[in-house]
Design a protein around this ligand. Structure first.
Ligand code: HEM
Length: 140
């Protein structure tokens, strides 16, 4: 069970990061080229949102069953275990909250530019936070 969830979280990360990146690039291009916000742009952003939410659920399960989920508790001086036990989960939850705020702001926005901006800004922030706290030493 642990092995499967760990491998799944590891593999799904490629998809989630790729979809987020595509959504970010699409929205920044939308702002700079002043184009219309189309159903295709919406779909790309929605896929990024769904992929990260799914990763959050899998990550939460993994945190409870992985030895690395609790490895740092009682001893926060080890940077590697502090990353998987605390920093990676916490920063990723904040990142996913930001991505969700971007999605809901785009829904309330009235203009094409405001829609692109809401997603571009919040998804970029979320993606940056995710990237600075990935346990790269375990992954690649
Ligand atoms: C979009 C968000 C996230 C991404 C892209 C992501 C990505 C990753 C990656 C690439 C690894 C290394 C996997 C490997 O060993 O090959 C990892 C490990 C881990 N992640 Fe996440 N993660 C995300 C969110 C979360 C969340 C929200 C939690 C917990 C609440 C979490 C808990 C963990 C744990 C505990 C590990 C260490 C697992 C182990 O090796 O036993 N992740 N994550």
């Amino acid at each position: 069970m642990y092995n499967f969830i760990q491998k799944f979280h590891s593999g799904w990360a490629y998809l989630a990061l790729l979809l987020l990146l595509v959504a970010v690039v699409t929205c920044w291009l939308g702002i700079t080229s002043k184009k219309e916000f189309t159903p295709k742009d919406r779909k790309i952003a929605l896929l990024g949102l769904i992929a990260t939410h799914f990763q959050l659920v899998v990550g939460l399960i993994l945190w409870f069953i992985s030895p690395l989920g609790k490895a740092a508790f009682g001893n926060m001086s080890n940077a590697a275990t502090r990353l998987t036990s605390l920093e990676h989960p916490l920063i990723n939850i904040i990142a996913i909250v930001l991505i969700t705020i971007g999605w809901s702001r785009h829904k309330k926005a009235a203009t094409n530019e405001a829609k692109f901006k809401a997603i571009a800004l919040f998804y970029t922030l979320g993606l940056a936070l995710i990237l600075i706290r990935i346990p790269w030493h375990l992954w690649l």
